[in-house]
Design a protein around this ligand. Structure first.
Ligand code: SAM
Ligand code: SF4
Length: 334
C-alpha cells in the first residue's frame, strides 16, 4: 500500500505503531556491564533534547495515534526536573498509558510523585539480590537503596510493577530462583531479558555469557509449574502464571523468538533521533526539525509519518560477531 492510502502510523509491513519509548537522558548513575562501558562519553548537553522539546514530541506522537509512552534512558530519574516532563505527558489527552523504566535508585524520592502524575506501571531493573554481585554488575549501584525504592513503588500503588532481569552465565545465573521467590513474596512481576549485542563491550564475551530464556524457563519449571498465558503488553514478552501466586513471569527473547512481526513501537534517543528498530540503524533526526522550527508541532508530525516507511521488517542479532549496532543500550532507550 502506498503512503497516501495508509493510516497515519502504519509501516510498509502493515504494522501499526502506537507505542513510543522516549529516552530522556543517556546519562546514568550505574554502569551495568551489559549496557555501558566503564568509561563513557556522554552526548554534550546542548545536543540532548530539552524537556520542553521532549514534551512537544510526546504530544506529536499522541496526536498521531500513539497511546502508550515509556520514559527510559539512561536513567530517566537522574535527569534534573524530569518530573515536569512526567506531569506534562501525564496530562495528554489520548495517552492511555504513561510508563517508566528505571534502575530504582531514585524511587525512594520519586515513586509517590510518579504515581500522582499519572504513571500507571513501572519496570525496575534488578539482576541480583546479593549486594556484592549487584555492585559488580552495576559497577556502582547500592542494592539496599534499590530495594527500598522497590518497596516505595509498591507502597505508592502502581497498577503493575515489573522487575527486569538480565541473566548472564558466570555471573548471576544462580540467582534465577531467588529472583522468582523475591517477586512472589512482593506480589510483583518479573521479565527475564536476553542480553542483546548493543554497543561494543570488552568486559565480557557476550556469546560465552549468554543464558537463553529457554534455559531459565526450564529451571523455574522444576520448582514452579508455569501456566502459559495469552496475556501480553503488545510487546515481545511472553507471560506465564503460577497457580499459587499473583505474580507473572515474562520472557523477552530477541534471540530465540523473533518478535518483529508484532512490533508496534519506535524509540527516540536522548538527542532526538527517531529509531525505527532496536536492532537497526534506520532513523531520522527529529532534533533538527525541533530546532529549525521551535515549538511547531506540524513539521514534527509530518516527519514522523514519513519515517514510518523506513521501519525495517526485522532485526538480526548475532552474539558471535562484532555488533552491527555500535550504540549502547543507554543511547537507544531500552
Ligand atoms: N536505566 C533504566 C533501567 O536500567 O531500567 C532504564 C534504561 S535501561 C537501558 C532499560 C533496560 O534495558 C534495563 O532493564 C536493562 O537491563 C536493559 N538492557 C540494557 N542493556 C541491555 C543489553 N545489552 N541487552 C539486554 N537488555 C539490556
Ligand atoms: Fe544505567 Fe539502566 Fe544501562 Fe544499567 S541498564 S547502565 S541502570 S541505563
Amino acid at each position: 500500500m502506498d503512503r497516501a492510502n495508509r493510516p497515519l502510523l502504519v509501516d510498509k509491513f502493515n504494522r501499526q505503531v502506537n507505542y513510543v519509548r522516549l529516552s530522556v537522558t543517556d546519562r546514568c548513575d550505574f554502569r551495568c556491564v551489559y549496557c555501558m562501558a566503564e568509561e563513557m562519553t556522554f552526548v554534550p548537553r546542548s545536543e540532548v533534547l530539552t524537556l520542553e522539546e521532549i514534551s512537544l514530541l510526546g504530544k506529536a506522537f499522541v496526536n498521531l495515534g500513539v497511546n502508550k509512552i515509556r520514559l527510559t534512558g539512561g536513567e530517566p530519574l537522574v535527569r534534573r526536573n524530569v518530573m515536569s516532563l512526567v506531569k506534562n505527558l501525564g496530562q495528554l489527552e489520548g495517552l492511555d498509558e504513561l510508563v517508566l523504566t528505571t534502575n530504582g535508585s531514585q524511587l525512594e524520592k520519586y515513586a509517590g510523585q510518579l504515581h500522582r502524575y499519572g504513571v500507571k506501571r513501572i519496570n525496575i531493573s534488578l539482576d541480583s539480590l546479593d549486594p556484592v554481585k549487584f555492585r559488580e554488575i552495576t559497577r556502582s549501584g547500592d542494592l539496599s537503596r534499590v530495594l527500598r525504592g522497590i518497596d516505595c513503588a509498591i507502597a505508592a500503588g502502581f497498577e503493575k510493577i515489573k522487575i527486569n532481569a538480565v541473566i548472564l552465565n558466570g555471573r548471576n545465573e544462580h540467582e534465577i530462583l531467588d529472583l522468582v521467590k523475591f517477586i512472589r513474596h512482593k506480589n510483583i512481576d518479573i521479565a527475564f531479558i536476553e542480553e542483546m549485542p548493543l554497543g561494543n563491550i570488552i568486559e565480557h564475551n557476550r556469546a560465552l555469557s549468554f543464558c537463553s530464556n529457554d534455559e531459565i524457563k526450564t529451571l523455574i519449571e522444576q520448582h514452579y509449574p508455569l501456566i502459559d498465558t495469552t496475556e501480553n503488553t503488545g510487546g515481545p514478552s511472553h507471560y506465564y502464571r503460577m497457580e499459587d501466586s499473583v505474580s507473572r513471569i515474562g520472557f523477552i527473547s530477541p534471540h530465540s523468538h523473533n518478535f518483529c512481526p508484532l512490533c508496534n513501537r519506535v524509540r527516540v534517543t536522548a538527542e532526538g533521533r527517531l529509531l525505527l528498530c532496536l536492532g537497526n540503524e534506520h532513523s531520522i533526526d527529529l532534533r533538527a526539525i525541533l530546532r529549525a522550527k521551535p515549538g511547531q508541532i506540524k513539521p514534527l508530525e509530518e516527519a514522523i509519518i514519513q519515517a514510518m516507511d523506513l521501519k525495517p521488517e526485522q532485526h538480526h542479532f548475532d552474539l558471535e560477531q562484532q555488533p552491527d549496532i555500535v550504540r549502547f543500550m543507554n543511547m537507544t532507550g531500552g
